[in-house]
Design a protein around this ligand. Sequence first.
Ligand SMILES: [Zn+2]
Length: 127
Amino acid sequence: MQLTDDDRKLLTEYIGECFHNPSIAKDSLGYSFALCEKCGANRSGVTFRPFTTPADLHAVYSAMVEKGEWERFLNYCEGKPGSYIYLDDYGHIHIQPQTFAWLFCLACPEQIPERMKMVAEWIRERG
Ligand SMILES: [Zn+2]
């Protein structure tokens, strides 16, 4: 499951960070360095999150909680392969313990890109 640049841009902006648009600038001594045209980050500040690490996963899920969208996302996860999330007749969310391991890739960090891809698709669908 490959994350595209568009996926990474969506996720980066969802967590409130700059998806940098670096250009090359020169310092007073004539040395070239990267400078983001949007936020002004330069040199080592112009980095891109890969969305393949537990820290990235945590940042994305934390942003959902901060935005009050965590339940909405869990609703979206209902029925996804690997999730054990059910909505009852009253719309209440029921989550099995293995769902947390699945969501947070606890035993399988190599699946983090898949989970991040799922979030990017959710962001697109929710509009
Ligand atoms: Zn930037």
